[in-house]
Design a protein around this ligand. Sequence first.
Ligand code: FMN
Length: 373
Amino acid sequence: MQTEFAKKLGLDVSIFAFTHCRDVVVAVSKAGGIGVLGAVGYSPAQLKEELDWIDEHIGDHIYGVDTAIPQKYEGMEETSADKLVEMIQSAIPEEHRKFAQGLLTDHHVPEWPEGDDEVTLSFSLVQAQLLVDEALTRPKCRMIVNALGTPPPEIVEQVHASGRLIGALAGRLKHGTYHKEAGLDFIVCQGSEGGGHAGEVTSMVLWPQMVKLVAPLPVLAAGGIASGQQIMAAMSMGVEGVWLGSQWLNSTEAHAEPAQRESYMNATSEDTIRSRSFTGKTARMLKNEWTEAWDDPNNPDPLPMPLQGYLTFDATRRTHRYAGAGETQKVAFNPVGQVVGQINEIESCRDIMMRLMTEYSESYDYIQSLMPE
Ligand SMILES: Cc1cc2nc3c(=O)[nH]c(=O)nc-3n(C[C@H](O)[C@H](O)[C@H](O)COP(=O)(O)O)c2cc1C
């Protein structure tokens, strides 16, 4: 898996690990791939702390940072991060606040301790800009990736001027066209089965069309990959590497409470749903009473991004910290892709990387064995 794109970055294998955990970033980069830290849940000060830790532990390896600047969102015209948050908070209807809190109370999810009220979500340009500025102070951070839209020209210019690569996720073909026109260096093409924000078209159908559409721009395949056989399928369609998210959630290095790990472990591929109930945009996660309640036409509709994310911020942090309390798992935010059904073991990131490579090579042998003598 030594593609041109991997060589450009100096990687042994073209495996990209999306994760919110710094330990996973370090472990995957050290195992020959590259870890990309999802920064959307961090304040600039918290991101600084995470990147300090990564820089200290990653040795001579490199990593990336992922932001989430949506193409469209409420409050796009706002140029001050503080004013944007004020606007968002005042735009959330009381009915929605009561409904969300009611779901948590009904399921006995413990309250968040008082005095720790900072909301650290950055689904906007003004907030993400601060994260990009921090990331670009780090020589070992070699790429910025953006979710939910084409990064604005000023960010593209800034990243390029710093000598780094910039890419973005695309769940639809037209997003690939916009990314290419904006001068991005690569595209992460995510099919519908992937965890987190996902469109409607499946990977098998989307990847080859994207490769053709944006050529010669490198495409990384995302959505539905957690084995070497799936990597082989993706590579056969002309992509330059693979981008995995769900695979790392139950790795030894991931930060997760045992009850959340158990929910992932017990889930089948039929237990996920694309829902707007946590962020306001359609994201794939484990189905539960929370997602069902927000789907019910008798209840309030999810708000647009970033309002719904601010509304549910408390639910997200409480259901993660108190994952095992009361009936928390019935209303917990557990984003994951359909591959959750094939992940039945807790493995270290190094073991995962080795397994992926072994399976990849086994599937290569299998394909070879089908060739006529
Ligand atoms: C828990 C979780 C959180 C995610 N959050 C983000 C995010 O903040 N930014 C982003 O670019 N992608 C995010 N994604 C999507 C991943 O980057 C990746 O494209 C996706 O997980 C690939 O599909 P897979 O889950 O089948 O591997 C997330 C995925 C998961 C599972």
